[in-house]
Design a protein around this ligand. Structure first.
Ligand SMILES: [Zn+2]
Ligand SMILES: [Zn+2]
Ligand SMILES: [Zn+2]
Length: 98
């Protein structure tokens, strides 16, 4: 991944975030990177941990909690816009069933 956390899978200008994976406490640009590089299945963030830092803004390097990320369409610190497409597969990272 490059300096702004873009990866080979989603490399549009607005893909500036990395997501920490609950299973390994490691930031990956996307779930596909995790699937390729991690040697275990991904685990979803449980809802009671949504106040923990889980999203990294690649522009200003600040960390957002799951709740903060889900409530914003841009970084609250540097105003970088998040890709709205990412929200379509947030269920790949966060357990939204409860
Ligand atoms: Zn993992
Ligand atoms: Zn990727
Ligand atoms: Zn930022």
């Amino acid at each position: 991944m490059d300096e702004q956390t873009r990866c080979a899978h989603y490399h549009q200008l607005r893909d500036v975030i990395a997501l920490k994976h609950y299973c390994c406490d490691t930031y990956y640009p996307c779930h596909l990177c995790h699937a390729e590089l991690a040697e275990h299945p991904a685990q979803l963030w449980p809802a009671y941990k949504f106040d923990q830092p889980a999203v990294l803004c690649g522009v200003c390097r600040c960390e957002l909690s799951v709740d903060e990320y889900r409530a914003s369409s841009s970084c609250p610190h540097c105003q970088a816009l998040f890709n709205p497409g990412c929200k379509l597969h947030e269920n790949l990272y966060f357990d939204l069933s409860s």
